[in-house]
Design a protein around this ligand. Sequence first.
Ligand SMILES: Nc1ncnc2c1ncn2[C@@H]1O[C@H](COP(=O)(O)OP(=O)(O)OP(=O)(O)O)[C@@H](O)[C@H]1O
Ligand SMILES: [Mg+2]
Length: 422
Amino acid sequence: MMNNASAAAPQVYGSDQNLVAMVPRINIHAFCDNQQSAETMQMAAGDRRMAKAHTTIQLGGIMAAVQVYQSQATPNVLLVESHGSRDVILSELAELAQVCQPDSKVIVIGHLNDVVLYRELIRQGVSEYLVAPLHQIQIIETIAGLFQNPKAAPLGKVLAFVGAKGGVGSSTIAHNAAWLMSKRYATETVITDLDLAFGTAGLNFNQDVSNGIIDALGQPDRLDATLIERLLTKLGDKLSLLSGPGGVDREISIEAHAIETILHAMRGSVPCIVVDVPNMWAPWIKYTLMHADQVVITATPELASLRNTKNLIDMLKAARPNDPPPKLILNQVGVPKRPEIPAADFGKAVGVDVSCIIPYDAQTFGTAQSNGQMLLEVSPKSKAAEALTGFVQILAGTDKPAKKAGRMSLPLLDKLSMLRKK
Ligand SMILES: Nc1ncnc2c1ncn2[C@@H]1O[C@H](COP(=O)(O)OP(=O)(O)OP(=O)(O)O)[C@@H](O)[C@H]1O
Ligand SMILES: [Mg+2]
């Protein structure tokens, strides 16, 4: 955690690989000792991951904090900055200790890369020592880290797939990407189909589906990893689905609060959560996109798609300044005789490079759809399958697929029984 001399490779903050958990509903007070730190702190406080926390920032460093907490209770997390030497920091903190509640967690920001100081501070009960200058994500990561149960399951990554307009192929791409994550990268993946009335996940996987998502949305306060587990439909070894039945006989209104609980419960138990977000606009849709770790927009190369993509990207970039921008897929490219906007121009107009170009291929997509199969099962050598594999490689952050379970990995007992049969 500590940003000191022993930290090896520099981390790229705000990159795709940098997953940072939500900070819980806590009070945070920061006492910075210069304007620049206060501004970074301000940016951290404005981040979506800090939305539940209540943060106040002021100048004056450790001594100002000592002053304030003579008469005030210390918050859940107290960040104090000092430009001082080792001795100065230690003596100022000794004064702070006199006024600090034992259950408050203290993070010290210093300007000295000093391991001896770090050890001494940790010995004295300081939760973390960080060396300025800091990146806002580093601050959020450190605070979130104070509240994570080390025994908790790996933190899930939410990938939200949304179409720039209806019918562009967003759901098909989301399902294929999830399937690839589970097969090629052996990552436990759940598809959450939020298109309650018209969702196609069940059809695309040739599966009868349950009412899982409706039950989940109906009792958000009871949701936890165990309940989610019961509501899932198994689609494969490492792939499951949380979806509605696909029908219009029930009207269900979705609250952003219910989405928050579902995503939170899943994040705690599944490493990859692919969310199929329907092409419509409502507070809960905005919530889902705002709180995804990665948004993937699928667009077709024409004007209406371009306008909507630009609006979505502008909104998301402004609302999530410390997150990677949405990834952009151009789908159904090369429909005969149709005038199209070239990928480079499309990317330039919307301010995000196109990550993946998928050709129009009625035969492959049509066969996949009518067989209830994935593109790679129907036509692994097709350009569409290749493009999608390349894209999922970007999402997974590696081109190294997981090891295939072959005979060598059979449990020892099975191997022995095979030998005996010979
Ligand atoms: N590159 C492609 N070439 C040919 N057909 C495609 C391609 N991509 C998607 N399709 C087909 O387009 C149709 C719509 O796809 P899909 O349902 O995935 O789109 P969507 O964006 O999720 O639509 P909706 O707005 O209804 O949710 C499907 O029949 C699918 O097979
Ligand atoms: Mg869809």
